[in-house]
Design a binder for this molecule. Sequence first.
Ligand SMILES: *[C@@H]1O[C@H](CO)[C@@H](O)[C@H](O)[C@H]1NC(C)=O
Ligand SMILES: *[C@@H]1O[C@H](CO)[C@@H](O)[C@H](O)[C@H]1NC(C)=O
Ligand SMILES: *[C@@H]1O[C@H](CO)[C@@H](O)[C@H](O)[C@H]1NC(C)=O
Ligand SMILES: *[C@@H]1O[C@H](CO)[C@@H](O)[C@H](O)[C@H]1NC(C)=O
Ligand SMILES: *[C@@H]1O[C@H](CO)[C@@H](O)[C@H](O)[C@H]1NC(C)=O
Ligand SMILES: *[C@@H]1O[C@H](CO)[C@@H](O)[C@H](O)[C@H]1NC(C)=O
Ligand SMILES: *[C@@H]1O[C@H](CO)[C@@H](O)[C@H](O)[C@H]1NC(C)=O
Ligand SMILES: *[C@@H]1O[C@H](CO)[C@@H](O)[C@H](O)[C@H]1NC(C)=O
Length: 461
Amino acid sequence: MDKFFLVSLLGLLIVANGVSGSMMCDNNFGMLEELNNLDTEEDYEVEELSDIPSWTSERGGKVLVNIDSFGAAGNGETDDTEALQKAWGVACSTPKSVLLIPKGRRYLVNATKFIGPCKDNLIIQIDGTLVAPEDPKNWDPKLPRVWLDFSKLKKAVFQGSGVIDGSGSKWWAASCKKNKTNPCKGAPTALTIDTSSSIKVKGLTIQNSQQMHFTISRCDSVRILGVKVASPGDSPNTDGIHISESTNVIVQDCKIGTGDDCISIVNASSNIKMKRIFCGPGHGISIGSLGKDNSTGVVTKVILDTAFLKGTTNGLRIKTWQGGAGYVKGVRFQNVRVENVSNPILIDQFYCDSPTSCQNQSSALEISEIMYQNVSGTTNSAKAIKFDCSDTVPCSNLVLSNVDLEKQDGTVETYCHSAQGFGYGVVHPSAECLNSSDKTSQDDESQSIISEDDYTRHTEL
Ligand SMILES: *[C@@H]1O[C@H](CO)[C@@H](O)[C@H](O)[C@H]1NC(C)=O
Ligand SMILES: *[C@@H]1O[C@H](CO)[C@@H](O)[C@H](O)[C@H]1NC(C)=O
Ligand SMILES: *[C@@H]1O[C@H](CO)[C@@H](O)[C@H](O)[C@H]1NC(C)=O
Ligand SMILES: *[C@@H]1O[C@H](CO)[C@@H](O)[C@H](O)[C@H]1NC(C)=O
Ligand SMILES: *[C@@H]1O[C@H](CO)[C@@H](O)[C@H](O)[C@H]1NC(C)=O
Ligand SMILES: *[C@@H]1O[C@H](CO)[C@@H](O)[C@H](O)[C@H]1NC(C)=O
Ligand SMILES: *[C@@H]1O[C@H](CO)[C@@H](O)[C@H](O)[C@H]1NC(C)=O
Ligand SMILES: *[C@@H]1O[C@H](CO)[C@@H](O)[C@H](O)[C@H]1NC(C)=O
């Protein structure tokens, strides 16, 4: 069914691009084929590590390394940093070990780097709570941007019913977003997994982070499932799951409520699949921001399948700064329900999250092959669909299909600026403002317009 759909979609793209756009079509073909593969879960699963029993069920030849055996107090007040560091040292160097943070206890831990490589099949079993010290003033100045920072791991599992709690409220109050007299400076990310591969993260709750909750950077093959993120809707810059410079990442069955993007995907990330995501409160599911300070950003092959966004300030967003370079190409958002969401569908190439205003520039990232299928629900803003693209680098091949967005007590509209693409099937508000003319044959307009026949033919899929 899906393959058939893609083949038909390809047909549409060929029609949209006209005969003389055949070079472009070859590109589309390749990209869509790859996207199709990305969608077949069998091909895409990272190594299934389910043979490892959860600690409570069975030992299965595992070596238990309990933080309590290293002098931890577990009362939430005594500094347990040293105990955790010692336990980590033993667990990391012992094959088949399980580093256990036991249930029902709270461990106060300072900013710490946990550096591999470790012996294979390390399990970090967090059933209790890891809590960060509250006061930004006492934070280790050598680790200003991390709290629990894991790196250079291979085949490791983080799991459990426990909580990682950043105690972020004082950090939020000190943010320049909350108090304009304060300087803008970064705060720690609660959980970071960096430069690692074959990682699974299952079931944890990450809450009240100082800034971002969970960053995956420079990783390959990561599977995040059943992770919960919880922070107030007004906590500044507290992205839920942030993916940077990483490939083959699956995020599924996650419930995220926070004060910034529920999920953000930034530079050098590819093959990212999100499935069954709940987002709200928050700023939506974002690709970007990219291109800040004239930098190059590349994000390709991203799928979001099945999501519910509720009360968020954006829905499905791509945000880039003026002056950037690089591209975002091959993105599919499908089966998304929005409720009380502002900007449900948004491409913003004039993104400017800076205390000073941003100048328009001639360079920008190129955004192409972005599809929205089966997106419905209620919007807060009249411009339910907004494609605000660069004057010099227009967005291309934006495709909308079965999109239905309504506003209570109001009409909805689509805004397009420098955006090329088309809609088919039900598209409400209408996608007519998309410039569907063929980039490569602008003199022959007749060639470039999809006929009414094509619409009807293809909606019958
Ligand atoms: C944790 O941080 C506090 C405050 O900076 C410091 O007094 C304490 O020594 C640190 N603990 C460890 C084990 O480094
Ligand atoms: C903002 O921060 C300044 C300096 O840190 C502080 O003196 C002031 O009380 C803060 N204002 C509010 C409203 O918290
Ligand atoms: C984006 O990623 C590429 C490739 O890893 C890197 O060369 C470039 O410096 C990154 N850009 C930024 C802004 O980090
Ligand atoms: C980005 O490039 C523009 C145009 O060349 C230049 O005016 C601007 O200062 C650059 N910005 C930064 C942060 O380098
Ligand atoms: C809609 O969402 C906003 C936050 O964006 C919230 O303040 C408001 O209460 C919500 N309204 C309804 C009817 O849920
Ligand atoms: C940048 O360009 C956009 C689109 O042409 C325009 O709407 C906006 O006003 C410009 N911004 C500035 C700061 O010039
Ligand atoms: C869109 O929704 C229809 C009807 O529920 C479904 O048959 C189709 O598979 C969906 N499309 C995608 C890409 O999931
Ligand atoms: C549509 O795109 C063509 C080719 O890029 C361009 O010539 C034309 O000005 C565009 N029209 C609008 C309304 O943006």
